[in-house]
Design a protein around this ligand. Structure first.
Ligand code: EPZ
Length: 438
């Protein structure tokens, strides 16, 4: 199992280029199921979740080409025929976002057999709102043996029916799943209390390029006029705002001068505003943010909120920064019920953090010392990398496969701007099996 070894103390200097957004690429790949024509997606990040999605679509019978070259990070998906509109537990358990195929499969094939995702490190992660929304669109849903079986109603022409949907809670993939389903429904669908994340708007841009009729994506209310079929399209995935935020924090934490290029600062407003409160200096251009870490950091409280509020996916990274800021920061995680797994690992490196339910009280200004630490989920592992960049000594981060799910070539990118970081296999190689007793 790969590990990252990071020696702290180097300021990050130079330019780092941001990859395409994993959380935009995943729904866009699922959207290709809605047509029998090729969909070409560019700026696809080379991360594990994309490979998992490739396997998932191929298992259904879609043709999926996926290539990463200097010139392009591109996938071409053609779901000409879908022999088995299913998503097995084997794949879904490794990536809960697989449930994004539920809406497209029911809309395209009239049925879907998708494993329930189960929980993960950060929370229960139910999909009850996805299911309720599909029922509003006329799908008939049963759940048994850990799977969701969804079919369209033969009495309604085996086609989903447009409806009014109001989400009980704001859900990003719930909004995306139902947006995709509604594109092929009969009649108009109005969805309210939708997620406003940029990844939703990016998905809608692809769907409209495929011939869908969507208005209002990126706002709380989305209107969809159903069409009978969608055609192929070519689309470029937006930059990853969470990767950008992670590197901006890295530049600030290490006292560096880092140009984070190829990002969309318009997606970073809440992040940049909060970092400015802590004293971080930035210079923002059309597609880059330069962060200058030459100012002392000061504590600032944080509440994670749905977009355009401060993203929960940046909470762990902010906590690493808060450990170095003068004063006490109170971090409240409002989206997930168990997203402080990184806190105890930071404490093992010397941080002073107390968890009280949904709140973490971080007493900053504590020197961090290197330690052997364990990644528990994607963004927690990013938090440990950030802490290791400023810790005294050599930190070993285990289970970095979590990191590889959402950060493309992170060690190469960090090394290129001055970090002392390397990826190794098992540092403590397993002892050779004792010779069989004769
Ligand atoms: C998306 O997950 C992201 N994943 C997550 O990023 C991100 O943390 C999350 O949105 C919040 O921004 C992708 O886009 C692939 P939600 P999602 O549905 O859609 C509850 C990362 O690090 N809820 O918006 O699964 C849920 O339990 C990942 O890249 C229900 O109760 O999150 C949570 O408390 C981690 N019922 C809240 O809503 C439902 O049917 C928000 O979840 C759905 C959600």
């Amino acid at each position: 199992m790969d590990k990252l070894v990071i020696r702290g103390g180097n300021a990050l200097l130079g330019t780092v280029r941001i990859s395409g957004a994993k959380n935009a690429a995943l729904p866009c790949m699922a959207a290709a199921l809605l047509t029998d024509e090729p969909v070409i997606l560019e700026n696809i990040p080379q991360v594990r979740d994309i490979e998992t999605t490739r396997k998932l679509l191929a298992a259904m019978g879609a043709e999926v080409e996926l290539g990463y070259g200097r010139a392009h990070h591109r996938t071409t998906i053609c779901a000409r025929t879908l022999a088995s509109p299913e998503a097995s537990y084997e794949l879904v358990k490794t990536m809960r976002a697989s449930t994004l195929v539920l809406g497209p499969l029911v809309a395209r094939c009239g049925r879907a057999h998708v494993s329930l995702p189960g929980g993960c490190a950060i929370g229960a992660r139910p999909i009850d709102l996805h299911i309720k929304g599909l029922e509003r669109l006329g799908a008939m849903i049963t759940q048994e043996h850990g799977y969701v079986e969804a079919i369209t109603d033969p009495l309604k022409g085996d086609r989903l029916q447009g409806a009014e949907i109001v989400f009980d809670k704001i859900t990003v993939t719930g909004t995306e799943d139902l947006l995709m389903a509604a594109t092929l429904a009969e009649g108009e669908t109005v969805m309210q209390n939708c997620a406003r994340e940029p990844e939703v708007a990016d998905l809608a841009a692809l769907l409209n390029a495929m011939g869908a009729k969507i208005q209002g994506a990126g706002t709380s209310t989305i209107h969809v006029k159903g069409v009978s079929r969608l055609h192929g399209a070519r689309h470029r995935i937006i930059p990853d705002r969470i990767e950008a935020g992670t590197f901006i924090v890295a530049g600030a934490l290490t006292g560096g001068d880092l140009n984070v290029a190829g990002c969309n600062p318009a997606h970073l407003t809440a992040i940049l505003q909060k970092l400015a409160e802590t004293g971080v200096k930035t210079a923002v251009k059309a597609d880059s943010v330069r962060v200058m870490g030459d100012q002392p950091l000061k504590a600032a409280d944080l509440n994670t909120e749905e977009y355009p509020g401060f993203p929960t996916d940046m909470q762990a990274q902010y906590m690493a920064l808060a450990t170095q800021a003068a004063g006490t920061s109170i971090i409240t995680e409002n989206i997930f019920e168990n997203r402080f797994m990184h806190a105890q690992e930071l404490v093992r490196m010397g941080a002073d953090i107390k968890i009280e339910g949904r709140r973490a009280i971080v007493r900053g200004g504590t020197a961090l010392s290197a330690a052997a630490v364990l990644a528990s989920d994607l963004r927690a592992s990013a938090s440990l990398v950030l802490a290791a960049l400023v810790a005294d000594g050599e930190t070993i981060i285990d289970r970095v496969y979590h990191l590889d799910r959402g950060y493309e070539h992170i060690e190469e990118k960090l090394k290129a701007v001055g970090a002392e970081i390397r990826r190794v296999g098992d540092i403590f190689p397993k002892r050779a099996a004792a010779p069989a007793r004769t």
